[in-house]
Design a protein around this ligand. Structure first.
Ligand code: IMP
Length: 191
């Protein structure tokens, strides 16, 4: 069974490939020679995830899935949320994004936050969404050098360490993305 992952990201693709049942042949946009960037302009994480999956399904007519992730900070009304990648502007710097978040959070005592990943699966007659969440809080200072994005300032609940202080295998035990993907894999295994 051929499935397309609506992404150009080779690292993410490899990670997902290693989790999939053997009968699934996972291809990403790079494998298909598709260089066009899919617009990510929807106002919600769910909307962006759905848009990307539908865009690929309309183009290739093969079963496909897309993911979209955001960090939602309670005191900031859910920001940066769907704007997580470009919170501090178009230059996409993790450092600048974290700095802006820390500045905006200064007046608040409540530092609770969650990561959310929404995966959308599209195939003929199918439209399914799977959500993975991890609750935690924003640390007052960055710690650790592993991972990416907001990992150095996100502490999953009850662990007392940031994601950036964990090896990938440990992060995957709790992460939003791993939780959403395990639901997708469960679903695909039953197809
Ligand atoms: P994407 O939808 O997976 O591209 O994620 C959007 C943005 O959310 C990324 O550019 C990161 O800033 C942030 N992000 C997503 N996943 C993670 C994560 O596991 N750790 C830290 N930041 C993340």
């Amino acid at each position: 069974m051929k499935i397309i992952f609506a992404s150009h990201n080779q690292k993410k693709t490899e990670e997902i490939r290693s989790m999939l049942p053997i009968h699934i042949n996972l291809l990403n946009l790079h494998d298909l020679g598709q260089t066009e960037v899919i617009p990510e302009e929807e106002p919600t994480i769910e909307g962006n995830s759905a848009f990307k999956a539908k865009w690929v399904f309309e183009k290739f007519g093969l079963p496909c899935f897309a993911d979209d992730t955001g960090l939602e900070v309670l005191a900031l009304g859910g920001a940066p949320g769907v704007h997580s990648a470009r919170y501090a502007g178009e230059n996409r710097s993790d450092e600048a994004n974290m700095q802006k978040l820390q500045e905006n959070l200064k007046p608040f005592e409540d530092r609770s936050a969650q990561f959310k990943t929404v995966i959308t699966y599209c195939a003929a007659g199918f439209f399914e969404q799977f959500t993975g969440l991890v609750k935690g809080e924003i640390a007052t200072e960055a710690k650790g050098n592993k991972g990416f994005g907001y990992d150095p300032i996100f502490c999953p609940e009850g662990l007392g360490r940031t994601f950036a202080e964990m090896e990938l295998a440990e992060k995957n035990q709790y992460s939003h993305r791993a939780r959403a993907f395990s639901q997708l894999i469960d679903f695909l295994s039953k197809q």
